[in-house]
Design a protein around this ligand. Structure first.
Ligand SMILES: *Cc1c(COP(=O)(O)O)cnc(C)c1O
Length: 224
């Protein structure tokens, strides 16, 4: 199926999730995750009208950047090693995986202006997942105010690999409440208005619970 047809299906689902939760589809930004697919397929996503693309590795970003440059708004969504920051910093508009001070320090040092960062939260407490435990998030964000090039746009999470919808919904709800709590603190360096959550399998639940950025790969640009 081409990306245009897949996007139509995704847009219908976004609409349905918004209707179910009294939200406006205009609040949702789709980040098309192109990490599994070719440059041609990523170009197809742009041609279909998708503006935001996500990559999770610096080399993947490099090879797409070579062809697409700054036509898309680029999101770095993967685990980011500090030594790789200099390779990506001038290409990306959003970094979704800020989860430690050493990384913040490096981003701050290498960036030429404020970078929109999402703080990655390990909301399920599952050991294999990256991100800060929920209780560490506010003190961590408070400690970022010394870095003039870090702007905390919002929170990001990945769900554990489970099918239990009630549990997943509970984790998404906890993310929403943490984000709202931080937003209400009104910190100048941390507007924290956004929530990056929901992937191919769970973006409808994520939207119902407050996601503003969904990161969709397989269901949107997957080559089947
Ligand atoms: C791969 C990836 C996605 C997209 O996953 P799909 O299940 O293919 O939609 C989203 N977020 C992150 C951080 C990823 O690494």
């Amino acid at each position: 199926m081409d990306v245009r047809d897949k996007l139509e299906i995704i847009n219908e689902k976004i609409k349905a999730a918004c209707e179910a939760s009294g939200r406006n589809p205009g609040e949702i930004t789709i980040v098309a995750v192109t990490k599994y697919v070719s440059v041609e397929r990523a170009q197809e996503a742009l041609d279909a009208g998708l503006l935001h693309l996500g990559e999770n590795r610096d080399d993947g970003l490099d090879s797409k950047w070579e062809h697409l440059g700054d036509k898309p708004v680029w999101h770095f969504i993967g685990t980011l090693q500090s030594r790789k920051v200099k390779n990506i910093i001038d290409k990306v508009t959003y970094i979704h995986s800020l989860d430690r001070k050493s990384l913040a320090k490096e981003i701050n040092k290498r960036a030429s202006g404020p970078v929109n960062c999402f703080i990655q939260v390990n909301i399920s407490g599952e050991e294999s997942k990256h991100g800060l435990p929920a209780e560490d998030v506010i003190p961590f964000i408070d400690g970022l105010k010394q870095y003039e090039n870090i702007k905390v746009a919002g929170l990001m999470t990945m769900m554990p690999n489970i099918d239990d919808e009630t549990k997943l919904r509970g984790f998404f709800k906890q993310m929403k409440s943490l984000q709202a709590e931080i937003e209400a603190m009104g910190m100048e360096h941390a507007p924290c208005t956004e929530l990056s959550m929901g992937m191919s399998n769970d973006f409808m639940i994520a939207i119902e619970e407050g996601a503003t950025f969904i990161r969709v790969g397989t269901a949107l640009v997957g080559e089947d």
